[in-house]
Structures are given as C-alpha cells and as structure tokens.
Design a protein around this ligand. Structure first.
Ligand SMILES: C[S@@+](CC[C@H](N)C(=O)[O-])C[C@H]1O[C@@H](n2cnc3c(N)ncnc32)[C@H](O)[C@@H]1O
Ligand SMILES: [Zn+2]
Length: 404
C-alpha cells in the first residue's frame, strides 16, 4: 500500500475526518519504472476516532469485514471467475493490452471515448470503483493517473496489486465497497466505474458518498449496464448456433452473480441527480460476441466484423430504446443539478431513452422469463424489417463462410 492511499483512507464506521493511524506495519521499498516507493506490506490501521481496526496484508488494506452478505456473495462470484480465467491462462482481466485485443468486435472502447475525452485531459488522482482483477486500474495508471482500485473481492485485488508491481506501475488497490469504505472528502479528480455500478446495492443512497470523494469540477466516468434485453442475447445465441458455435458452459456454475443488475435501473438516475451530465453515448451490445464466436478466437475477419456491426446497427435502427449500455461523463458542480440542468439533459437524450433516467422505473430483472415465443418473433421481425444492407452483409457472410 502506497503512502498516497494511507493519506486518503478514512474510517467507514464513524464521522472522523482524520486519516487512519498505522498501529503496526512492515514496510518495503518497491521498484517502479519511475523510481522506488516505500510500501506497507502488512499491518494494521486504526481509526483515531472510534478505534476500529483494519488489516493490511499482501500490500492491500481490507475493509471486507464490514461487507454485508450479498456484496460478499457477488464479490465471491467475480473473484472465482477472474481466478478461474487466470488459472486457464487467460490474463485479459489483468492486462489492459490483452483486454483491448479481445474487444476487436465490440463497440466498447473506454480508451477512445473516456481516456481521450477533453474533460479528462488533466491526469490527477482517481478511484476505479469495482475494479475486479485490475486491468482498468492498471490502464489508468499507465495513462498517467495516480490510480486507486476499489473492489470487494480481496483475492482479485491482491492479484491485481502483485501484477501492477511486476509491471512497474505504481497503482494501488483497496478491498471494500461504497457504503463500507471511506476516503477523504474532495480527494479525487476523477472516479471511474467500468461495469460495476449496476452491482452496487442501493445505488441512489450511495451516490452522494461517491460524489463526496470527488473534488468540485471532478469527473465521474462510467461505462455501465443500464438495461437488460435478454431477447437479443438469445437471438445472438441462435445466430451462434447457426454458426456452429458450441454454447459456452456457465463460468462458475452459479449464474448470475448475487447482485447482478440490482441497480441497473438506478445507474442513470443516480448520476443525473447528483452530477452534471456532460457527455453520453449509448450502445446495443447483444451482437458484440457474434464476431468472436464466428472467428473462433482468431482475429475476426472484416466480413465477420461487418456481420456483427450490421446486426447491432439493425437493432439500433429498429428498436432505438433497446440500448443496454451507456458511457457517461458527469461533472461535480458547486451545486447539484437543478430543474434547468434537467431540461438541458432532456434535450440531449433521445426521446426513446429518456425513461432510463426515470428514478421510479422498476428494476429490470433477467430471471424468470421464458423467451422462446418472443424470441422467434423478434428473429422473424429482425429478418423482415432489418435494413437491406444487413441482409446483404449476412448473405455475403454465409457465402464466404460456406466457402471456407
Ligand atoms: C462485471 S465486473 C467488472 C470488473 C472491472 N471493472 C472490469 O471492467 O473488468 C463487476 C465487479 O464489481 C464488483 N462489485 C460487486 N459488488 C460491488 C459493490 N457493491 N461495489 C463495488 N464493486 C462491486 C465485482 O466484484 C466485480 O469485480
Ligand atoms: Zn472510526
């Protein structure tokens, strides 16, 4: 644990604004590409206000003792998933370069839309919320941020910290979750969340705390799951089966994770209530995987990429309200947004997507649906109503595929 992190940590149990004191510690000098830093390897942090103690082990401070059962269960799921992938030799979730290469076919491009965004030109101190086994935190560190990853799965952040040290990039990690961990007020120039806010229970209640960690003028940058449209996943599966792709086995045997999508309907309302939305982008994702399947792990050919993009574009045109992901950059103002800001936001958001900003919307649930009949209808409609270009691309693709 770097000194930077020690300076930022506050007690999650009491109102003390004092930094945590080091009760006992083993320190070591760690070499990084830009020089050595003194790090706390293990020990104990104590709150000067209430005396609560928090362990540090393997360079990672842990606030896991405070986590409730559902957050632990969700974190266990993801910890097992990332450990399982790493054991298979898949280091995509640790190494940003591999993560990027594996996304050839997907429209998900945080490097382009988020990191090159003019609002994030000044690299400062940032938090990476729900960082898993750390590839995004490492990406932020390599991009010049003083980055701190926050994640409730202890095993994941221990692995992430070790990998970052091997790589010589001085990023740090904390085990915990919003609501059960705390940082100095106004300490962060930016807070990032990549596919994690939809896992945070009671996000509407927790968002003021997250906002409090940002300085005024600081940026919250998220890429998030904001709505589920399982009929398209099934449709993508059908296309996969047409391509002869075996259905991938469940990764952990217990799908989905405990808090999967528990706050997906709250992501956009929570952001828009507390911060000033500066820029946003939406995407349909169901067919992102098609190109990967069709190319069987090789870099997808242009024909395959065209097919995947054609399918996504067709759905975007056919059902614009069916976006599943949003990328949002929002600024912490001196005041939270008012009625005027709300109107300005409304003007920015396409009408079919405005309901996604409605706090009263019921949480979308993935389980308990039988999709068969709706799916077949959707498939027929897609084929009947999809743009001609899509059908041409698809026909071209089949022709090419059959010739292989
Ligand atoms: C889909 S993964 C995304 C991980 C990583 N940000 C990425 O982009 O690859 C969701 C992550 O959120 C974490 N998580 C679960 N509950 C959380 C909570 N309450 N607060 C923060 N993160 C949480 C999970 O453990 C998991 O690592
Ligand atoms: Zn305390």
């Amino acid at each position: 644990m770097l000194q930077m992190t020690l300076d930022l940590l506050r007690c999650p149990y009491c109102a003390s604004s004092d930094a945590l004191a080091v009760a006992e510690a083993e320190w070591r000098l760690v070499d990084y590409q830009d020089g050595a830093r003194r790090e706390m390897v293990s020990g104990r942090l104590v709150c000067p206000g209430c005396g609560a103690a928090f362990p540090v082990a393997d360079y990672v401070p842990s606030f896991a003792a405070a986590l409730p059962q559902d957050v632990r269960a969700d974190a266990d799921y993801w910890g097992r998933y990332y450990a399982g992938e790493a054991a298979k030799g898949n280091h995509t979730y640790m190494e940003p370069r591999l993560a990027r290469a594996g996304r050839a076919a997907a429209a998900y491009d945080p490097e382009a839309f988020i990191l090159r965004h003019p609002l994030l030109k000044e690299r400062g101190r940032c938090l990476d919320l729900g960082c898993g086994s750390g590839w995004t935190t490492l990406m932020l560190g390599r991009e010049g941020f003083a980055a701190l990853g926050l994640e409730p799965a202890l095993g994941s952040v221990v692995v992430a910290k070790r990998y970052a040290m091997e790589q010589g990039t001085p990023v740090d990690y904390v085990c915990g979750a919003p609501g059960y961990v705390h940082f100095a007020a106004g300490a962060m120039d930016a807070v990032f969340a990549f596919h994690s806010l939809h896992h945070v229970p009671d996000l509407l209640d927790v968002m003021p705390q997250i906002t409090g960690w940002l300085k005024t003028g600081g940026v919250l940058a998220v890429d998030e799951h904001v709505q589920s449209r399982p009929q398209y996943w099934e449709l993508a599966g059908l296309i996969g089966s047409q391509l002869g792709v075996p259905k991938s086995p469940p990764s952990t045997g217990a799908e989905p994770s405990a808090n999967e999508d528990c706050s997906q309907a709250a992501v956009l309302p929570a952001i828009a209530t507390h911060l000033h939305v500066a820029d946003l982008k939406f995407r349909h994702v169901a067919f992102d995987g098609v190109a990967d399947w069709a190319s069987g792990g090789e870099a997808p050919s242009d024909a395959v990429l065209d097919l995947a993009r054609g399918l996504s574009n067709a759905v975007a045109e056919w059902r614009p309200g069916d976006v599943e992901y949003a990328t949002v950059l929002a600024i912490k103002g001196a005041q939270p947004p008012g009625a005027e800001d709300r109107r300005a936001l409304e003007a920015k958001v396409p009408a079919p997507l405005w309901p996604l900003f409605d706090c009263g919307r019921a949480t979308g649930s993935v389980g308990g649906h039988t999709w068969g009949a709706r799916l077949r209808r959707a498939y027929r409609l897609l084929l009947a109503r999809g743009p001609k270009a899509l059908l041409r691309e698809a026909a071209g693709y089949w022709h090419w595929r059959l010739g292989q």
